[in-house]
Structures are given as structure tokens and as C-alpha cells.
Design a protein around this ligand. Structure first.
Ligand code: SF4
Ligand code: SF4
Length: 439
């Protein structure tokens, strides 16, 4: 038997594979099926391929591997499935087996090791990445790189992302504002902020604004210094053991903080944090603590709506803006499909005085960012983004809000690419709410 077949048989959850009754209800929700119309590019098709391999009907060849990689991992197929098939687990198991079996070229091995083992798991090293980026952006090096044509050495999709990178910071939220923040007024609960690794380097200000919103809504906020990357990129890229290691380290840190909630402001991170219980369900030493952790994870919008004191979002009126601004929202797939949070951000946006919320067509459909999908699968990601931007433009909004750093960068890139930057801004929902909150 092919060694990869053996690995897939061992890792793929047979119950989940057989739970799929081939009804096809998930097909209309799947972006890659919508783009191609191909059964193999659908959730049902991918599950059938996995099943065919584990049943010994087909070999896991390159075409099989390609189909597993073409999946965005957006998990829009899960809420659509009447049988409750946990597709996200299946695709992660398939990718883990493929990755374990794969013989990468030396440069790919070196890059993966640098990203997954040397940099992402260590927040201090992420800060050095932040400092390096900050130097590149502020020292004039960026201008030289653009003017000299050196950027042309990089593929187009990397150049596109570089253009929309926000100002990086070598000092994260803890270094800038400290670890503990008292609630304003009577305290409702104590929460811990999950600051994220990329969030804390590229969106430090969003983390600071998150603390402001939470304290204003009545929460005491702690930001445990020892926390690290959530492990989402590891889990989605076939590095399950790396993800488990990060999960154990985060659980240890947050348990010591002894809080009522663990708050995330990035859908991609929040989703995997809620799944630490699944990630460690076979580890008897960590299983119970993983359940403790996962039960406390919540997105900031949900926490503000469910348990916070209501906030006054009338700052725009105080600024004397004559016309209401029009805002729209692109869902973060993982926030919507895994954390099942779609209403709370919309409720908050509707509370902003002087802002008219317009629902965008297919706002629940992936924008093509999907972790590092826009780098690994640029053609499909570009196609999905083009269709997304047609719907964005039709809203006539001047603010496009999102709840995840990857989606935010992808939306910024879409706005640039379509020449819409004069009329529209992509902003994290936390930053928009903070700007509009009466201080
Ligand atoms: S995760 Fe997204 S892209 Fe992948 S099969 Fe499901 S709906 Fe399609
Ligand atoms: S909706 Fe669920 S059961 Fe139906 S084909 Fe899709 S994954 Fe299978």
C-alpha cells in the first residue's frame, strides 16, 4: 500500500467520512465550486476523494493533493450541512498526512521551518520581524525598493500584499500600554485579551482599541505577556503537532491568568482557540484544561453584545459630520462559520449613530485571503476577490469593515486593485467602533 494512503487511513476520521450522505446541500456555499462548477472542487467531491483513498479505490496522486490544497478552508460548507459533517477537521487531517509524507525542495523546507518553528511560535522573534518591517517602511528602504525596480524580483501577489501592509510596530500592546487595565465603572467580569502574533505586530493599534472598548464596556482586561501564536497557520498547513504545542503553551498561560473570558479580535485566531479542545482531545494530560480554555473564548463583538454595558457610538455627531456615512461588512469566514458569530458585529454597526449599514451581497462568502491561500493559490484567490469586489462596489459604502487581519489586507488590496481608494477605506470593525465611541 502507498505510504500516503496508510497515513491518510490512520488520520482521517472514518465516522466523519461516512457521515456525508452526498446530499449536495453544501455545494452552493462553497466558493471554489462556485468559481469552477467542478464536483472535485466542492466539499462533497473532496470528501468523496478522501473516502475513495481510504477505501483503496484510488491512489492519492498529485491531482488528489491539488484538490486538498485548492480548498480555502473557509468552512462555509459546515453550517450548510444537515448531517453535521465536520469538514474542517477532515481537511486538516488530510493536509497533515500529506505534509508528513511530502519531500519538499530544500528552499521550501527552510522557509517552512523558519516560519512555523523559528519565528511564529516565539512572540519575541515576531517583535524582531516587526522592527525589521518598521525599519524597511520608515528608513526610506521601501521607497528605494520601489523606485529601483527591486520589487519586480518578487511575484505579483507578494508585491500586491506589500503595498497594503500597515505600519508595523516592534512594540506590541503590552509594551505600549501594560498588562492590566481596570474596568470603567462597575466591573462586570475579568477578561484576557488574546493579542495574536501578526495582530500585535501589524495591528497593534487595533489591540489597544480593543482594550479601550472592553474597559469602557465594564470589563477588567489582562493581557498575559507569555501568550504566543494561536497555531491556526500551523493547523491549516499540515503542521498539527506544531499547533498542539502552541495550544498547550497558551492554555498554561491563560489558566494562570484565571479569567472569565478569553477575548479575540481576529476571526482566524478565535476559531482555532475555540477548537483547542478538539486539537488536544487525545492528550489525557491536557484534555480537561483544553475544554476550560475553549469554553471561555469569545469574539469581542459577541462579548460586547452579550455581556457588556452599552457604549455610546455618537462621536461622529459630536464631530459635526453633516451626512451619515455608509458602511458595509465582509464576514470573516472563521468568525462566522466556526465561532458562529454573524449577528453581533452587525448589531454593533447598527448602533453607530450617523452610519448607515448596508448588507453586501455574499458578505458571508470568503474573500480569497484564507490564511496564506492568497500566496499559495494566487490565481483562484484573485478570481474570488474580483467577484467579491463587484459586490463591494455595489454597496456604495465608504467604509468596508472586517473582523480579521487577513480579510482586512485582502480587502485593502481589492480596493487598490479596483482603483477605489479615493472613495472607500477598509477598516477593522474595532477601529471603526473606537473612532465612533464617545470617549
Ligand atoms: S472549506 Fe470552503 S472552499 Fe473548502 S470545501 Fe468547504 S466551502 Fe469549499
Ligand atoms: S451537505 Fe454535508 S452530507 Fe451533504 S454532501 Fe455536503 S458534506 Fe455531505
Amino acid at each position: 500500500m502507498n505510504a500516503l494512503t496508510e497515513k491518510l487511513r490512520l488520520r482521517l476520521d472514518e465516522d466523519q467520512l461516512t457521515n456525508c450522505m452526498r446530499c449536495g446541500f453544501c455545494l452552493p456555499a462553497c466558493p471554489t465550486f462556485a468559481e469552477t462548477g467542478l464536483e472535485a472542487e466542492s466539499p462533497r467531491g473532496r470528501i468523496a476523494l478522501m473516502k475513495a483513498v481510504t477505501d483503496g479505490i484510488m491512489e492519492p496522486d498529485q491531482a488528489f493533493e491539488d484538490q486538498m490544497n485548492h480548498c480555502l478552508g473557509c468552512r462555509a460548507c459546515e453550517p450548510a450541512c444537515p448531517a453535521g459533517v465536520q469538514y474542517g477537521q477532515l481537511i486538516e487531517q488530510a493536509r497533515d498526512a500529506i505534509e508528513d509524507h511530502k519531500e519538499h525542495k530544500t528552499w521550501v523546507k527552510v522557509t517552512r521551518k523558519a516560519a512555523f518553528k523559528t519565528v511564529f511560535p516565539h512572540q519575541e522573534r515576531m517583535k524582531w520581524v516587526g522592527r525589521g518591517l518598521q525599519f524597511y517602511q520608515k528608513s526610506g528602504l521601501r521607497t528605494v525598493a520601489h523606485a529601483s525596480g527591486a520589487m519586480k524580483l518578487f511575484p505579483k501577489h507578494m508585491r500586491d500584499m506589500e503595498k497594503v501592509l500597515p505600519d508595523a510596530s516592534g512594540r506590541g500592546v503590552v509594551e505600549q500600554i501594560g498588562e492590566r487595565h481596570a474596568a470603567k465603572g462597575e466591573k462586570i467580569a475579568t477578561v484576557a485579551l488574546f493579542r495574536g502574533c501578526i495582530m500585535d505586530v501589524l495591528f497593534t493599534q487595533t489591540n489597544i482599541h480593543t482594550v479601550d472598548l472592553l474597559t469602557a464596556a465594564g470589563f477588567e482586561v489582562v493581557i498575559p505577556r507569555e501568550q504566543n501564536c494561536c497555531g491556526a497557520l500551523h493547523a491549516h498547513s499540515g503542521e498539527a503537532e506544531g499547533a498542539r504545542d502552541l495550544a498547550r503553551r497558551n492554555i498554561k498561560t491563560f489558566k494562570a491568568a484565571s479569567v472569565d473570558y478569553i477575548v479575540s479580535n481576529a476571526g482566524g485566531c478565535g476559531a482555532i482557540l475555540t477548537e483547542y479542545d478538539h486539537l488536544l482531545h487525545e492528550d489525557p494530560q491536557w484534555r480537561d484544561d483544553a475544554v476550560w480554555f475553549a469554553d471561555r473564548v469569545i469574539d469581542i463583538s459577541d462579548l460586547l453584545i452579550r455581556a457588556g454595558r452599552s457604549l455610546d457610538f455618537s462621536q461622529n455627531e459630536a464631530q459635526g459630520e453633516a451626512e451619515p456615512v455608509r458602511i458595509t461588512y465582509q464576514d470573516s469566514c472563521h468568525l462566522r462559520n466556526v465561532m458562529r458569530s454573524a449577528d453581533a458585529p452587525r448589531k454593533l454597526m447598527r448602533q453607530v449613530q450617523g452610519a448607515e449599514f448596508i448588507e453586501m451581497k455574499n458578505a458571508d462568502r470568503c474573500c480569497g485571503s484564507a490564511g496564506i491561500y492568497n500566496i499559495t493559490q494566487p490565481v483562484m484567490a484573485g478570481q474570488i476577490l474580483d467577484h467579491k469586489m463587484e459586490h463591494v462596489e455595489a454597496t456604495g459604502a465608504s467604509y468596508l469593515l472586517t473582523s480579521n487581519p487577513g480579510c482586512l489586507l485582502q480587502m485593502k488590496h481589492g480596493i487598490e486593485e479596483q482603483g477605489m481608494s479615493g472613495q472607500m477605506k477598509a477598516v477593522h470593525i474595532v477601529d471603526f467602533l473606537h473612532e465612533r465611541m464617545k470617549k
